[in-house]
Design a protein around this ligand. Structure first.
Ligand SMILES: [Zn+2]
Length: 314
């Protein structure tokens, strides 16, 4: 039986609406071809890669979590009113924040260098895999300091998470925790002591990667200057851990800074250098992908997240 050639448009639509759902898949631009898509929750890719001179730099999102009462971490010595006002001025709530954990990989062309290992190996290695690297390809593991969110991924199920790596860390930091006898340090770092090289300020990890003493967060906390073909980048680790409350207000006391006055002085010195020399910076706890610039603003600094600058480098 044939449909009438004189069928009206409205008649055709009614006929299509009467068809079973499977037949309606070909209903055309105004038909409902599929069921409504499920809500997926927020998300983004766990790695971000760009070129720095002849190097490639990849930030890895090894974890992220919301925290309550951020003033209890980032603004110990200011009033609730001041904390709320600065937060509101940057479109941030004052009662909740999001923390990020961002190990970074630098491929120098000769070696694959991993800076910090995350809270635990599986999440860091999942991000590493997404970025196209296998754990066995990591040649060097560098530890900025010995807090659990940086050393927690050194081992997995009792074995080295990066079985072919050598290890580098600051001498002052290692000496401090050796004396302090911290359990996380004993479990995650001490097993690698025989394969570890210890650096002081300006010590070399590999050609183009130089240690920068940034004490205060911990006694021997280290950042690293990465330089290739004249392009520079600082990995500041935990010298400033929030892009507004610490970069914008470097004197605000931070609960996890072991020596609060020294940490504030280090922050001011580092941020001043980044601003005056216009050097991009990766911060371990900055909002992912954790890369940006710093400019002087008022009595503090302003963090400017990177946009497409690094894409232009190829
Ligand atoms: Zn940290």
């Amino acid at each position: 039986m044939h449909a009438s050639l004189t069928m009206t448009r409205r008649g055709a639509l009614l006929a299509a609406a009467a068809l079973p759902a499977a037949a309606a898949l070909s209903a055309g631009p105004h038909g409902r071809a599929h069921a409504a898509a499920a809500m997926m929750g927020g998300g983004f890719t766990p790695f971000h890669r760009f070129r720095l001179g002849g190097f490639e730099v990849t930030t890895l999102l090894a974890g992220s979590r919301a925290i309550d009462n951020p003033q209890g971490i980032f603004g110990l010595n200011v009033s609730a009113e001041e904390f709320a006002a600065v937060s509101a001025a940057h479109f941030l709530p004052a009662d909740r924040s999001q923390n990020f954990f961002t190990p970074t990989v630098v491929n120098t062309g000769a070696e694959l260098v991993l800076f910090d290992t995350g809270l635990a190996a599986p999440a860091t290695q999942a991000a590493l895999a997404a970025a196209g690297y296998a754990p066995g390809q990591v040649d060097v593991v560098v530890l900025s300091h010995m807090h659990g969110d940086h050393i927690g991924g050194m081992r997995h199920e009792g074995a080295a998470a990066y079985p072919n790596a050598r290890y580098v860390t600051g001498a002052v930091e290692h000496n401090h925790w050796t004396a302090a006898g911290n359990e996380g340090f004993v479990n995650n770092v001490v097993p690698f002591n025989d394969q570890m090289t210890f650096l002081d300020d300006a010590g070399s990890v590999a050609p183009g990667i130089t240690a920068m003493a940034l004490p205060g967060h911990t006694p021997g906390h280290m950042g690293y200057m990465v330089e290739s073909e004249g392009a520079r980048l600082v990995l500041m680790a935990d010298a400033a851990n929030h892009y507004v409350w610490s970069v914008g207000r470097p004197d605000w006391e931070v609960r996890f800074d072991a020596d609060k006055a020294q940490a504030a002085a280090t922050r001011r010195r580092l941020l001043g250098m980044l601003a005056s020399e216009r050097i991009p910076v990766i911060g371990y706890h900055m909002p992912f992908p954790a890369i940006g610039h710093v400019e002087a603003q008022g009595d503090g600094f302003r963090y400017v997240p990177a946009s497409y600058q690094f894409m232009l480098a190829g």
